[in-house]
Design a protein around this ligand. Sequence first.
Ligand SMILES: [Zn+2]
Ligand SMILES: [Zn+2]
Length: 339
Amino acid sequence: MRAVQFLGDRQAIVREKPDPSPGPGEVVLAMRASAICGSDLHRYRPPRGDRPISDLVPGHEPCGVVVAVGAGVDNPKVGDRVLVYHRVGCGNCVQCRTGNSNICQHGQRSYGGYFDGADAEQMLVLAHRCNRLPDDLSWDDAVVISCQAGTAYAPLRRLGASGRDQIVVTGLGPVGLCVLLMGKAMGARIIGIDPMPERRALALSLGADAAFDSADPNLGQAVADLTGGGADALVETSGSRAAHARIVDLLHVNGQAAIVGLGSLEPSINPIAFFGKQLTLFASNLYPEWQLPEIFEFVRRKQVPLAKIITHRASLEDAPSMFKLADSAKAGKIIFRFD
Ligand SMILES: [Zn+2]
Ligand SMILES: [Zn+2]
């Protein structure tokens, strides 16, 4: 089969690799869609140095059709369309056994980071990490759900987002745009904030009720004027320290903020600043696997146009140029299709 490999120094190649065959409890997928995620670039960019080149296949957004099953597997079956949940976890702790391997504390073993991932024609996966897709959910929707739209859904669900809410989303990259699309589908008013005009324009075209420049010195006042005193909730996807520092200004009394974006570990905010408005802040790390059937159903029923964040559909052979494009931050979501 063909599979992507990172050589270091921002170089990706597509090479031959033996087809996988399933052991007990495993299945092999013929990939139908995978995607490039910002987090892949952490492995793509580092200089080659003296380390041996890793032959790990990247990609943690695997969607495909089961083509072979190993001993003892009766679910899924050959021919099933599935999405693979990529955070495998340790498999033994309470979090893992209750569908919360996203917060397993015993090492973050994942597809594309520890096990061979999705940027290949075939992929070997654990049968119990396969989630069957509804027949009418497209591969495009599935691949967006697998990482970014799921990551957007979980904090909105925890906030109980509804038509009563005005929600600010800081950072309008793919996760921020998914917060916008999912939040609108839940009925909320969504206000986007990002320094880049192209991203703000895209957010407005996808239905944002307003979009502000994060560099605007009167941002706090503008959001307060628009919302009648501040937003009910904020979802922070940028990882930027400046965005953290503005949370207090943008929220209403008793507001809530969800921290979704990863960034610098330098201190950015003093919790005492939350006192005056009695704010709540929580972190949301990916999404738990148990939410997947609910997310599939939500996207189907509300016809959430997730595929609109996809700007490039490429074949696996184009991976070298597509990783370059992703690295330039000039594209939206880039996916690989295998048909
Ligand atoms: Zn991802
Ligand atoms: Zn675990």
